[in-house]
Design a binder for this molecule. Structure first.
Ligand code: PEP
Ligand code: MN
Length: 348
């Protein structure tokens, strides 16, 4: 249920409604908006009785929400959510670009690549320290050591760090380093992890599960918002279909559907989506044309030598070429992609 209040309702009226919700053992969620002030109710098994809210001062309406997902839904919050990470927005008009290797392989590798990407104007660096792999014999990541390198890189470059958290045990350590905590496809329905992330106040990048429906993705995000963490970025990264020519099938259809259903930002991972490097640029452009708020792309200096996902990684020169196309595409689809001063400098 959504309680809609007068925009100018005094603080004490808002607190009275929230306390009423708590007294019923439900959870109140204040949802700011330009047009209205709303309070979402979660944690209720049955529909709450609207009457008990309608007679409280400042309350205009009590709207039942029929969708299974509530807080992630546009019914509850019509305007787009913008997640801000140290001054950089994910969601909104400006496209967000996250780039970097699949895994942090060595100190030198991540430092060199981070500077190369920063010079291109990239603001977010990806790199896995903990790698939940399909095979127990595949490279599992350099773990704590890799987190240490990422911290150094963050310090040296100012890039925002996006790295995967694979379980609740390592969450405190990963959260200390990450600016955005990535939940991998294999963990999208790890409910204890989602609950733990709900209690943090740090942005989460939630990847769609290998065989998850759009509704299941939104329900997974709902876990995090229900816990009180509203900074969730969704990620379409391809799903499993009967097709074997590509690693996954990038579900471009999901973009307009998710954007219609949810106010959360949605980015696309074309690297895992198609699984081969020479398809990544095409799928990146397609994703932005379809309405994605940004991209997460695997980049490696020497893809043939990569410890994971080299075959789908772009060399920096190819990433730069893709960026040039994205600069051209952005205004055509009513988006912006600002060239950083370093980029324009480098092109002169
Ligand atoms: C990754 O980003 O390197 C990764 C493992 O992605 P996913 O969880 O989508 O497979
Ligand atoms: Mn990868």
């Amino acid at each position: 249920m959504l309680i809609v209040m007068k925009l100018e309702a005094p603080r004490e009226d808002v607190e009275r409604v929230k306390n009423k919700i708590r007294s019923l053992s439900y959870v109140p969620h204040e949802i700011p908006g330009a047009q209205r002030l709303a309070i979402g109710i979660t944690g209720n098994k049955n529909r709450p009785d609207a009457e008990q809210f309608l007679n409280l001062p400042g309350v205009i309406e009590a709207i039942p929400i029929s969708k299974p997902f509530k807080l992630v839904s546009r019914d509850v919050k019509p305007n787009d959510t913008i997640v801000r990470v140290n001054g950089e927005a994910i969601g909104g008009r400006e496209l967000a670009l996250i780039a970097g290797p699949c895994s942090v392989e060595s100190r030198q590798q991540i430092i060199d690549l981070a500077f190369t990407l920063k010079e291109m104007g990239i603001k977010f660096l990806r790199g896995g320290a903990y790698k939940p792999r399909t095979s127990p014999y595949s490279f599992q990541g350099h773990k704590e050591e890799a987190l240490q390198y990422l911290k150094e890189v963050k310090e040296a470059t100012g890039l925002r760090i996006v790295t995967e958290v694979k379980d609740t045990e390592t969450l405190p350590m990963v959260a200390e380093c990450a600016d955005v905590l990535q939940v991998g496809a294999r963990n999208m329905q790890n409910y204890s992890l989602l609950e733990a992330l709900g209690s943090l106040r740090k942005p989460v990048l939630l990847k769609r599960g290998l065989s998850a429906t759009i509704e299941e993705l939104l329900m997974a995000a709902e876990y995090i918002l229900h816990g009180g963490n509203y900074e969730v970025i969704l990620c379409e990264r391809g799903i499993r279909t009967f097709e074997t020519a590509t690693r996954n099938t990038l579900d471009l259809n999901a973009i307009p559907i998710v954007k219609k259903l949810s106010h959360l930002p949605l980015i696309v991972d074309p690297s895992h989506g198609i699984g081969v490097w020479d398809g990544v640029a095409a799928m990146s452009l397609a994703a932005i044309a379809a309405g994605a708020d940004g991209l997460i792309i695997e980049v490696h200096e020497e893809p043939a030598m990569a410890l994971s996902d080299g075959y789908q990684s772009l060399k920096p020169s190819k990433m730069k070429r893709l960026l040039e196309k994205l600069y051209q595409l952005a205004p055509i689809v009513d988006r912006s992609l600002t060239r950083s001063p370093q980029t324009s400098e480098a092109l002169r």
